[in-house]
Design a protein around this ligand. Sequence first.
Ligand code: IPE
Ligand code: IPE
Ligand code: MG
Length: 228
Amino acid sequence: MPSLNIPRHVAVIMDGNGRWAKKRLMPRSFGHKSGMDAMIKLAECAQDCGVKYLTVYVLSTENFKRPKEEIEALFELIRKYFTENVKKLYARGAKIRIIGDLSILPEDIRKTLEESQKTMPETAEFTLVFAINYGSRSEILKAVNRAVEGGKAVDEEQFANYLYTADIPDPDLIIRTGGEKRLSNFLVYQAAYAELYFTNVYFPDFNKRQFLKALEEYSKRERRFGNI
Ligand code: IPE
Ligand code: IPE
Ligand code: MG
């Protein structure tokens, strides 16, 4: 394989879990469980490929419109992931970061998330960013209100520091699985110059081969940032 131009920051809209399960006559929660397994493998693969930041869209602000049972199943997976997997990530030389409004999550999940950060290494070659109850519009509004409170006009760099993603470089590549071609309120401000990659593959089937295909496609893109 020719050498690839590896994006520093890849962000993934992990979509299609429900349809993946439906195709197998299984409950949607089974799709989410399989999606979580795929996410764990994807993070390892991204780190091994030399990606520095991987952001995964775990739960959007709008996903709370779903039935209570589905939200509960998703919460349970988040609990399980953070109690069982985060230590392994740290042992692999990775850090984590959580973006989103955590205030409406159940108390025990918030505690687990806080706890998991206490044992985190200070420096790492790779950061896995979890977007949980994340929505770009709410993030931008919060940032605007903080800027207004400051009483002075802010520039782009200062504004970026008010976002959840402060200190995280903008995504170079955004991958959406599951066939839809939209951002669904994900990193709307940060995506200004991201390369977009859409695949029909449902997220539980998005494996190393699929990821490398996305990286190959990214390598072929010419990023001009408005220049010629
Ligand atoms: C993405 O899969 C995971 C979350 C949004 C939590 P979906 O649950 O949206 O799966 P589909 O799109 O219904 O197949
Ligand atoms: C986006 O998927 C949210 C996550 C992957 C967490 P959705 O399935 O919620 O998006 P829409 O509703 O199809 O736009
Ligand atoms: Mg979906």
